[in-house]
Ligand binder design. Structure first.
Ligand code: PCA
Length: 332
């Protein structure tokens, strides 16, 4: 029996056992593709602990990390069906469902934590609405540090992308690589070491955090801190499971989620600094893009943004307008 099927059977059995616990105690399962070494998973585990503490154990959330329970692509459908009550995914892997989910992977749109936060505030209402249509409710979202480019040579010019096989975590990154003349391959974070060691990829686009947790120094020598975008993970719940809780427990979940969001953004910043140091300590050279490379990346990104606006239509316009308004308020 495959491991995950076995785990799901065990869940069913655990559900039956929980009949013997007090009638008011609820058990949720939360599936995430990311491993325990990731600050995202550490934050999500802290969220679960906060909920257990605030509800005096009335609601326990079991975090299943590293895709151990459900594969990344299956997490959202499983939460929708109620096989598990909650999940965490990389928001932009949902981009085949709506272009709105791509908004945090558009190069150049939001490249700092402040901008990424404004973009999240501007996109939250639309994303909440899209999730609600599927009986889901977002709890919180946390960004990865800015995305950069790992290569085994010094990247000085976009022409070096010609024929380069680049690992990408989502569709938009793949399009970006294509615009630069490279050959993209979509690979889950956990599969990065295999992709390099079997020679399927030569380079990758991701954060310093993932480079650090996946020991990038085993495969590449350089990291270009291009600050392309700050993509997010989103943690969400099956709305029926949430509505079944009593009012106090519901409030405790929402309070813990708000706290997890705040803590998560801080953890992301701290991890960016810590992971950059770790990469350097392992011999990776970190450099900033030259003016020329920056210009070339910008051009590839601009094309992506225009395509996205055309695909996403009015909703996209509304979102971008709201984002620009927030940015203008910040700079006042
Ligand atoms: N790490 C994840 C998502 C973005 C990131 O920084 C990955 O590369 O798969």
């Amino acid at each position: 029996m495959p491991n995950r099927v076995f785990s799901l059977c065990m869940l069913a059995a655990a559900g039956a056992l929980s009949l013997s616990t007090p009638a008011f105690a609820e058990q949720w399962n939360l599936a995430t593709p990311y491993g325990d070494a990731s600050f995202h998973t550490q934050n999500t585990k802290a969220f679960a602990e906060d909920v257990a503490a605030a509800t005096d154990g009335k609601l326990t959330i079991n975090v299943h990390s590293g895709g151990s329970l459900i594969s990344h692509a299956e997490i959202k459908p499983s939460v929708r069906r109620g096989t598990v009550q909650s999940g965490e995914v990389f928001l932009s892997i949902l981009s085949n469902e709506s272009p709105i989910y791509e908004v945090d992977t558009l190069p150049g749109l939001a490249t700092s934590y402040q901008d990424a936060f404004d973009l999240w505030q501007a996109s939250k209402p639309i994303i909440t609405e899209l999730f609600a249509k599927e009986g889901l409710m977002p709890l919180y979202a946390v960004p990865w540090p800015a995305q950069g480019i790992y290569t085994d040579f010094t990247l000085t010019d976009a022409s070096q992308f010609q024929g380069l096989r680049v690992r990408a975590p989502n569709i938009n990154t793949q399009r970006f690589v294509e615009n630069l003349g490279g050959i993209p391959t979509q690979t889950e974070e956990a599969d990065i070491p295999t992709a390099f060691s079997t020679g399927r990829v030569d380079a990758m686009i991701t954060s310093v955090s993932t480079g650090n947790s996946m020991s990038a120094w085993d495969y590449v020598s350089n990291y270009n801190d291009a600050k392309l975008w700050l993509p997010k993970n989103i943690v969400f719940v099956n709305k029926r499971a949430f509505d079944r809780l009593d009012a106090d427990t519901r409030q405790a979940v929402l309070d813990a989620a708000a706290k997890a969001e705040q803590r998560g953004w801080q953890m992301s910043k701290a991890d960016a600094a810590k992971s950059a140091k770790a990469l350097e300590a392992h011999g990776i050279t970190i450099s900033q893009p030259s003016a020329e490379l920056q210009q070339q990346l910008k051009a590839a990104g601009q094309q992506l943004f225009e395509d996205w606006q055309a695909r996403a239509g009015d909703q996209a316009k509304e979102l971008v307008t709201r984002y620009r308004e927030r940015q203008a308020q910040q700079s006042q």
